[in-house]
Design a protein around this ligand. Structure first.
Ligand code: SF4
Ligand code: SF4
Length: 174
């Protein structure tokens, strides 16, 4: 490299530095700062409830069957009127999603007959260990509405004999 090359490249180098120092930084202080997400962004899953506090999930495992990543594990339990979690016969006794396997395709949401599982656009899962990325039912299930009891609930016989509720539930006593 001759002296002429050096003399022309030094100003070019300085110009490049000057252009860069005036640019806004591309890094952000996550999680305190977050970039706006697309309206179609799918974040982590939530298990929803009905307005009376019962869980929408009936433990049918259709979401697990639809999942292309084999990320969902469901074990069903039997509801009773003394200890009711969801309408109908069964509820999800165990419900887990392995967020490390999940590809956030939303097929589980599409497959669910009760609209129980929803990928919310507000959060995405993070963790420091592999174990912490297995989201349990307790982590996924949303809280009941204010002044509404959580599950299990004691319910009148025959009120919840269907697994999928027309909501608000039909009051057959009237
Ligand atoms: S979003 Fe897709 S990959 Fe993730 S749990 Fe649902 S079906 Fe499986
Ligand atoms: S989330 Fe929906 S599809 Fe999955 S087990 Fe519950 S009710 Fe069935």
């Amino acid at each position: 490299m001759g002296l002429k090359d050096v003399l022309t490249r030094i100003p070019v180098g300085f110009l490049t530095v000057l252009k860069t120092v005036t640019r806004r930084p591309v890094t952000i202080q996550y999680p305190e700062q977050q970039k706006p997400m697309s309206a179609r962004f799918r974040g982590r899953h939530h298990l929803k409830r009905y307005e009376d506090g019962l869980e929408r999930c009936i433990g049918c495992a259709l979401c697990a069957a639809a999942c292309p990543a084999d990320a969902i594990y469901v074990e069903a339990g039997e509801n009773t009127n003394e200890e009711r979690y969801s309408p109908g016969e069964r509820y999800a006794r165990v419900y887990e999603i392995n967020m490390l396997r999940c590809i956030f395709c939303g097929y589980c949401e599409d497959a669910c007959p009760t609209n129980a599982i929803v990928l919310e656009p507000i959060e995405f899962p993070t963790g420091y260990t592999r174990e912490s990325m297995i989201y349990t039912k307790e982590m996924l299930l949303e809280s009941p509405p204010i002044n509404v009891p959580a599950t299990p609930q004691r319910t009148p016989p025959g009120k919840y004999d269907r697994a999928i509720l027309p909501f608000p539930p039909i009051d057959e006593s009237q």
